[in-house]
Write a protein that binds this ligand. Structure first.
Ligand code: AMP
Ligand code: MG
Length: 331
């Protein structure tokens, strides 16, 4: 990483106050942050990521008492969820207050808000004195960054600096819940497992068919988190790999992998929390290995396995759509 891009907490805060874009570590993935109250700074996020304006951004706060600066109303259920899971990988979608520009929420009257569990990130926010809008620090639709190097190599040239906080602990994005009165809907599975949430608030709605292009949850686009290398999701590892040089992404080391040209085992013990932490890094490595294709083995659909399967399905979607074409290796 070029030295002039690696920031201290103070430098990151100064840049944010000046309306610039900085990549910040969080416990989920690296975020590309801008002052959430500054529409011009927020517009730069969309430009740097090539992100469509209909995809709203999550606002990150440093402390609980910053909430009223972002939200107009925080239902009781949202408070319970925040008390239990914040700081942490949970985003709550609730009515926004007027200071949050429409650009942040893509014109929606709700805002997604989160208190991240990352001390460096929170220090930057406190020093800057403003909440930040911060989607993942990668080009739109691509693999999420879980190290500063992932950020630098994907969009380093389009931003004003990176605060290096090492590897992200959770490794997948936040769980997103919309809270309306007594109703809780999961818009995206993520770093907090559905089971844990339901233990606290009872049944959570999880629309089986995600509203692919709906403005309510555009982050749920069918194609997302995609490597450049074609990827398919399987329940059992094919004994004959589908491509001449095929990579394999799996939870635990299988018996027979000699036919595969690269293997990423996400957790020797089969622990889904560890697998989540290693997930994007494993995919980045396979994607950078010059393979013809990647076979990813579906996870058991419990706990964080649900969020991991969600990422895999979207990562594979682009491949499905360009089936028959040459692998897209242009950058
Ligand atoms: P990310 O790209 O990880 O920052 O996540 C952003 C995603 O959060 C969006 O694509 C939406 O799915 C969801 N989101 C953020 N803000 C809202 C909102 N106001 N209403 C509904 N979903 C939201
Ligand atoms: Mg993202």
């Amino acid at each position: 990483m070029s030295l002039n891009q690696v920031l201290t907490v103070e430098q990151a805060a100064i840049l944010l106050k000046a309306g610039r874009l900085v990549a910040l570590p969080t416990e989920t993935v690296y975020g590309l942050a801008a002052n959430a109250f500054d529409p011009i700074a927020v517009a730069k996020i969309f430009a740097a990521k090539d992100r469509p304006f209909f995809d709203p951004l999550i606002v990150h706060i440093a402390d609980f008492d910053w909430l009223p600066r972002v939200v107009r109303d925080f239902p009781t259920l949202a408070s319970q969820l925040a008390k239990r899971f914040w700081p942490g990988p949970l985003t709550l979608v609730v009515p926004k207050n007027d200071d949050i520009p429409d650009l942040v929420t893509s014109g929606l009257s709700n805002v997604g808000v989160r208190l991240p569990d990352h001390e460096l990130m929170r220090q930057v926010l406190r020093k800057a004195g403003v909440p930040v809008a911060a989607p993942s620090a990668n080009p739109f639709g691509r693999l999420s960054p879980t190290t500063a190097e992932h950020v630098r190599s994907q969009i380093g040239h389009r931003i004003d600096g990176i605060l290096d906080g090492g590897t992200c602990r959770v490794g997948i994005e936040s769980t997103i819940l919309q809270v309306e009165g007594n109703r809780v809907t999961m818009l995206r599975p993520g770093g907090v497992a559905l089971e844990e949430i339901e233990q606290l608030v009872g049944k959570v709605e999880y629309p089986a068919v995600t509203p692919a292009e709906s403005p309510v949850a555009p982050g749920m686009l069918a194609s997302h988190y995609s490597p450049r290398t074609p990827l398919i999701v399987v329940d059992a590892i094919p004994s004959t790999p589908p491509w001449p040089r095929t990579g394999l992404l799996c939870l635990q080391m299988p018996d027979e992998v000699a036919a595969y040209s690269g293997v990423e085992v996400l957790s020797d013990e089969g622990d889904l929390v560890i697998a989540a932490a290693n997930f994007f890094q494993g995919l980045h490595r396979l994607d950078g290995a010059g393979l013809d294709g990647i076979v990813a083995v579906r996870f058991s659909p419990q706990g964080l396995g649900r969020a991991l399967n969600d990422r895999l399905t979207r990562a594979a979607h682009g491949t499905k759509n360009r089936a028959g074409e040459q692998s897209s290796s242009s950058s």
